[in-house]
Design a protein around this ligand. Structure first.
Ligand code: SF4
Ligand code: SF4
Length: 122
């Protein structure tokens, strides 16, 4: 008789008393890994409204909108693939990728980040 198979039920019982490996999200979460690309953060002061971020976006997730008498990007995170090209090509560094990962809501409107929402760190 295979001894390993015979002892298998005892192995299972041992695991019953172990701490679970899963986390109760979102109350508990692991810190994001280094260089993780979450949502963008916009510095309205240094944005010059050039529209470069919008032109390089492969998913057409960015449209330029009027904000405080100038054009600023508005990003639809539902279309964004978090490639980081918008931030990489911003000539003034006004747009940066953050490690913010809590992007969720009850309807699709949560994903529309106008310049004001984009400039706030959550
Ligand atoms: S991260 Fe990529 S897909 Fe998302 S808005 Fe920027 S360029 Fe577009
Ligand atoms: S965020 Fe950067 S690339 Fe986009 S419009 Fe402003 S300055 Fe230009």
């Amino acid at each position: 008789m295979d001894l390993k198979k015979l002892l298998q039920p005892f192995k299972l019982e041992k695991n019953l008393y172990k701490k679970p490996m899963t986390l109760v999200f979102p109350k508990e979460a692991l810190p994001p890994v280094e260089n993780y690309r979450g949502r963008q953060l916009l510095n309205i002061e240094t944005c010059v409204g050039c529209g470069m971020c919008s032109r390089v976006c492969p998913n057409d997730a960015i449209v330029m909108v009027e904000f405080n008498d100038k054009k600023c990007p508005q990003i639809h995170l539902g279309k964004c693939c978090f490639c980081g090209l918008c931030a990489e090509n911003c000539p003034t560094g006004a747009l940066e990728m953050t490690s913010e990962i809590f992007i969720a809501g009850y309807d699709r409107s949560f994903a529309l980040y106008d310049p004001e929402k984009l400039s706030k760190s959550e």
